[in-house]
Design a protein around this ligand. Structure first.
Ligand SMILES: Nc1ncnc2c1ncn2[C@@H]1O[C@H](COP(=O)(O)OP(=O)(O)OP(=O)(O)O)[C@@H](O)[C@H]1O
Ligand SMILES: [Mg+2]
Length: 282
């Protein structure tokens, strides 16, 4: 479990806290989407959970962040990394070798995975990420999307209990984005991995995440089930988060006094609501 209590962080040299007053609990096996406008503090939150903050980013740290009972402030970051793996927003800074296979191997060796296990871990991770054919490719020759998948493969080979991904589909086309989310769902449901994903494509989060956390200017504005959070579409829009178009439909009908039920979070639900309104009109 991840437990964040009264947490605030201000980067060294900055006057404004990047995060302030954050209280958040993430249960084992959860699938959380983090949304919020640019500069809202999403990456800072991800870095705080995987202990990059405070160990590699200096600043003023108040409150506590614990991961499986380990307080990130006084636990060696390597110990947190054994449980929590992070695919960063800037994947280039994360890559340390030049070939896909070496990149995966590097992590496994760092984690002292026995040599007899490495072959299977590499093959499985490449399969999971959908890139077995890229195994021997030089990272410099990969497209942005391929590189993203290679970074994900290197992380899932470590079999983390908690997986944090910072905008993993930013460089991907819609089809590849869905493939990544299907992979995350499989890791979450079949292997019990806790997934935390920062994502701009809100329709994907609606379909795959169980809960949403909304950040706005360093504060946690909302945290709850996808449906609960989307219900307040107007409030979300103020924070620079655009609701899915299907939710706009249910909320517009609500505004016009034609609908009073829960917010729609997928196309089928929106279609049902519109049908209901039309039938009531007949
Ligand atoms: N290394 C740093 N040093 C100083 N300030 C920083 C640093 N990294 C981020 N910030 C500031 O902290 C705030 C939160 O930034 P953060 O990167 O967490 O936002 P974000 O929600 O991930 O934004 P984006 O959607 O652009 O990725 C911003 O005001 C940003 O300028
Ligand atoms: Mg960010």
């Amino acid at each position: 479990m991840i437990s964040i209590k009264d947490f605030s962080f201000t980067y060294k040299g900055s006057d404004v806290p990047a995060l302030s007053g954050i209280n958040l609990e993430i249960e084992d096996g959860d699938f959380i989407g983090i949304i919020g406008g640019s500069g809202a503090g999403k990456t800072t939150l991800a870095h705080s959970i995987c202990a990059v903050i405070p160990h590699y980013r200096p600043g003023d740290f108040y409150g506590s962040v614990t991961v499986n009972g380990m307080d990130t402030i006084d636990t060696p970051p390597e110990d947190i990394a054994k449980i929590t793996a992070c695919v960063m927003q800037d994947i280039d800074s994360q890559m340390t070798t030049s070939v896909v296979e070496d990149e995966i191997l590097f992590g496994l060796e760092n984690f002292s995975v026995p040599a007899e296990e490495t072959e299977q871990r590499i093959t499985e991770a490449l399969e999971e990420a959908g890139i077995p054919e890229l195994r021997y490719r030089n990272l410099n020759t990969l497209s942005g999307g391929q590189k993203q998948k290679a970074a994900i493969a290197a992380i899932i080979a470590l079999k983390p209990k908690i997986l944090i991904l910072d905008e993993p589909t930013g460089e991907l086309d819609p089809q590849s984005s869905v493939r990544i989310f299907k992979m995350l769902k499989r890791l979450n449901e079949e292997h019990g991995v806790t997934v935390i994903v920062i994502e701009q494509k809100i329709m994907l989060l609606c379909e795959y995440a169980k809960k949403l956390a909304v950040l706005n200017r360093g504060r946690l504005l909302e945290y709850g089930s996808v449906r609960e959070v989307l219900k307040d579409a107007a409030r979300l829009k103020e924070t620079g988060v655009s609701c899915p178009r299907v939710t706009d439909i249910s909320e517009e009908l609500r505004r016009r006094g034609l609908y009073t039920g829960p917010a729609a979070v997928n196309v089928d639900e929106a279609a049902e609501i519109v049908k209901g309104v039309c039938e009531a009109d007949d």
